[in-house]
Design a protein around this ligand. Structure first.
Ligand code: SF4
Length: 313
């Protein structure tokens, strides 16, 4: 097992309130697998990624266990593997690059950290090669370009070049296609699957078509996993009402928005977190509704490879 999360929880202290961003997430990732996490904004996807990468802000508290190759992921181990075996491709590629350094300098600096034995001339040539690998035309020109001279798609490729410099075992890509037009999105997703073919990929996205390119799919709602299984199965035959309604909110499935809003994460309901928006809830009898409102549903495998958090799915 490459990465394992056992009951991972993340809380934020906001003034006098405690916000539960991630609740008891269990997750296993094996070598070379491609896993997508989908869900609405604020469902905890990016916080989960930050917790794995050890970059939570100071006001966050995490509990639970994270293991890496069956060893507890201690701060010391994280410092050893982060940026090399475990890498994060952040949201907002243009904002993630240093505005006062050229694209080439930034990738060359990454190479210097990962492979200190390289000379500066070797780093220069390796950087040009990496730019070529990620499909950047005219690598020499890109090397000398500052971030403000790059498009969003080019900046994304520069970040991918920095990521593959370290031959990572796990790449966490946080909303890698956000803000890109459809063509650039499709090209970059294809490119990611090519350059990370030998790595495990944890792809955080709100885009169902991007998620469909992965083998496994996890659906998050209000800080929890609500459905998990093979991407093909979950997208073809979703079991959780939230997954069904999320798919139907997509333009290709009718563009029917999910009514209402997710619950306040500082004051969560005792029962199901999706109850106030659930289309299935309205079709239940009174005792079934009572269960939804009073008992928190566990994540249970319903006899197939898919796990679902719903009393009545
Ligand atoms: S437990 Fe009840 S409210 Fe929650 S998703 Fe299932 S049917 Fe809907």
């Amino acid at each position: 097992m490459l990465l394992n999360l056992d009951k991972l929880q993340v809380y934020f202290t906001v003034g006098r309130s405690v916000l539960q961003a991630v609740n008891e997430v269990d997750l296993s990732i094996t070598e070379r697998t491609k896993t997508a996490i989908i869900g609405e904004t604020g469902c905890g996807k990016s916080v989960l990624a930050a917790a794995i990468a050890g970059i939570l802000p100071d006001n966050a508290q995490a509990s639970g266990t994270i293991t890496w190759e069956n060893t507890l992921l201690s701060p010391k181990l994280l410092r050893t593997i982060r940026g090399k075996e475990l890498t994060l491709v952040p949201q907002n590629p243009l904002g993630s690059l240093n505005p006062v350094l050229t694209a080439g300098c930034q990738v060359s600096e990454t190479l210097a950290r990962i492979k200190p034995e390289l000379t500066s001339a070797e780093r220069y040539h390796n950087t040009l090669e990496l730019f070529g690998t990620v499909g950047l035309a005219q690598p020499g020109t890109v090397y000398r370009a500052y971030p403000h001279q790059l498009s969003g798609g080019m900046a994304q490729r520069v970040l991918l070049a920095a990521t593959i410099a370290g031959t990572p075992k796990l790449v966490i890509a946080d909303e890698p296609t956000k803000g890109l037009d459809i063509n650039t999105r499709n090209q970059n997703v294809l490119l990611m699957h090519q350059v990370f073919a030998a790595s495990a990929l944890l792809l955080i996205t709100h885009d169902i078509e991007v998620a469909a390119t992965c083998n496994s799919l996890i659906v998050m709602y209000a800080g929890e996993l609500v459905e998990a299984g093979s991407a093909k199965e979950v997208l073809k035959d979703p079991l959780h009402p939230y997954t069904c309604q999320l798919l139907h909110s997509h333009p290709s499935h009718g563009l029917t928005p999910i009514p209402g809003l997710p619950p306040d994460l500082t004051s969560l309901p005792a029962g199901c977190r999706f109850a106030n928006r659930c289309a299935l809830y309205n079709k239940l009898n009174n005792s079934q509704k009572q269960l939804c409102l009073t008992e928190h549903p566990p994540l249970k495998p319903p006899g197939s490879t898919t796990a679902v958090r719903c009393w009545h799915a």
